[in-house]
Design a protein around this ligand. Structure first.
Ligand code: NDP
Length: 242
């Protein structure tokens, strides 16, 4: 655990709205956290701007990062260095993601590449550029926000067959997590389904309010130990079949 004088540091991608914004909102409410909210357009991220202007704003840093643009990810290091060079990064939350409706025999391969780029290649590169900061951190946790859609074992049981490219991208993210764990035993890499959450992506019929999902996820990641690395979990801590 971090000492009393050292803040716990977090980087959340895709923080402008939805699940990413909820991570930031819950984290900045506690004085022990310093939070870096990464988003592709800080100038139009109005909810983040409002948090920044609140009394909690001094512990919030908003940085520009488009996870589908590899130059943007690499360029973000210059924004991260002044915040993280001394203290390191405790938690990286690879949250940014996109979805599209498609099926195996109708999918547009260009759209598939876009989804793989944002949902799998982006998190891989973000993890790479953050590794030097994670090495300096106390907790060294990488949380990859996945989906039950990435589960090959349960794919046949799922009622909707519509999200083929998305499911492929989350299966790739799951494999990335396993590889991260295998290559770096000092890092705790977890892939996790947040549940069906009421966001722009989840829609209004979602089963969970963002706060319910994210407060549970925060308990899981803050108590995670090296024995949890490489796990595929639900937001409530249950294991998911690969
Ligand atoms: P939303 O669509 O509500 O929000 C997506 C967020 O990702 C936005 O902040 C968006 O930014 C950001 N984003 C998208 N593309 C990029 C990019 N190239 N670079 C940086 N940021 C980007 O989705 P959710 O909040 O619901 O989903 C968050 C994560 O949770 C995703 O990975 C998703 O797959 C996963 N998930 C969600 C579920 C749900 O029920 N909601 C269920 C299972 C998994 P911008 O505002 O700029 O568009």
């Amino acid at each position: 655990m971090a000492s009393a004088t050292r803040p716990t540091t977090w980087l959340v991608t895709g923080a402008s709205r939805g699940i990413g914004l909820e991570f930031v909102r819950l984290l900045v409410s506690s004085p022990e956290h310093v939070v870096i909210a990464a988003c592709r357009r800080p100038e139009s991220a109005t909810a983040l701007q409002a948090l920044k202007e609140s009394e909690r704003g001094e512990r919030l840093h908003v940085v520009r990062m488009d996870v589908s643009d590899f130059d943007s990810i690499r360029a973000s290091v210059k924004q991260l260095e002044p915040i993280l060079d001394d203290v390191g990064l405790d938690y990286l939350i690879n949250n940014a993601g996109i979805i599209t409706e498609d099926t195996a025999f109708t999918l547009d391969p260009e759209q598939l590449m876009d989804i793989l780029r944002t949902n799998a290649a982006g998190p891989a590169l973000v993890s790479q550029v953050c590794l030097p900061f994670l090495e300096k951190g106390t907790r060294k946790v990488v949380l990859n926000v996945s989906s039950t859609g990435g589960s090959i074992a349960t794919s046949d049981q799922r009622k909707d067959k519509k999200y083929t490219s998305y499911s492929m991208s989350k299966a790739a993210l799951n494999m990335l997590t396993v590889k991260q764990k295998a290559e770096r035993p000092d890092i705790i890499a977890i892939t996790l389904d947040p549940g069906w959450v009421k966001t722009d992506m989840g829609g209004k019929d979602g089963l969970l309010e963002p706060e319910e999902s994210i407060s549970s996820i925060l308990k899981i990641v803050t108590s995670a130990t090296p024995a949890d690395s490489g796990k595929y979990l639900r937001y409530n801590g249950e294991s998911l079949p690969w």
